[in-house]
Design a protein around this ligand. Structure first.
Ligand SMILES: CC(C)(COP(=O)(O)OP(=O)(O)OC[C@H]1O[C@@H](n2cnc3c(N)ncnc32)[C@H](O)[C@@H]1OP(=O)(O)O)[C@@H](O)C(=O)NCCC(=O)NCCS
Length: 150
């Protein structure tokens, strides 16, 4: 993408949903890419644009991790970069933007259910697996992963 410009900014759930659907819920109705957290008053959606076109999204919101009472924890959902734009650093930019937002909001931990095939992406971004692999219907094997936020 030598001539392309990447920009990043906050978007709405309505903007994030079609990208989630394409990347994470392929073959399912658009409604399958709508999350309950989209209604959370503190939810934050980051969007990455290449030459003005939305090609990547990520969502964070305050949420307790399983078996934890850490009320300063936030959760990441809907981490998705469109097929042709992967491996270019856009996921890193999106997740970095979310980590920065969580820190600004006073969060001390970010966790997610990470798809096993992309575990390495989260490791590179400072996340560690917590516990054993588990299955989520439709989307397959996952690990719970988390990282501290300072
Ligand atoms: C996972 C995903 C968001 C990563 O986005 P991306 O833009 O391709 O990632 P980046 O180019 O920013 O990569 C950042 C780092 O993670 C590594 N990485 C990214 N995807 C990886 C993968 N699938 N396997 C191994 N390493 C990976 C990169 O090598 C890079 O490391 P480096 O900076 O040391 O070179 C993207 O591939 C995607 O949307 N995949 C399909 C949907 C999905 O599985 N989402 C996660 C649901 S839990």
């Amino acid at each position: 993408m030598p001539e392309s410009t990447i920009t990043l900014h906050q978007i709405t759930a309505a903007e994030a949903i079609p990208i989630r659907a394409e990347v994470l819920r392929s073959g399912l109705p658009l409604s399958a890419a709508s999350y309950i957290c989209d209604e959370h008053p503190a939810v934050y959606h980051a969007g990455a644009y290449v030459d003005g076109k939305l090609i990547g999204v990520a969502t964070v919101f305050p949420d307790l991790p399983p078996k934890s009472e850490n009320e300063l924890a936030w959760r990441l959902r809907g981490m998705a970069v469109c097929d042709n734009f992967r491996g270019l650093g856009i996921g890193r930019l999106l997740l970095g933007n979310c980590i920065e937002h969580v820190g600004e909001m006073g969060g001390n931990l970010l966790w997610c259910n990470a798809r096993t095939p992309v575990l390495e992406f989260y490791s590179v971004m400072g996340f560690h697996p917590v516990g054993d692999e588990f299955m989520i219907p439709v989307s397959g094997p996952h690990y719970l992963m988390s990282r501290k936020i300072s």
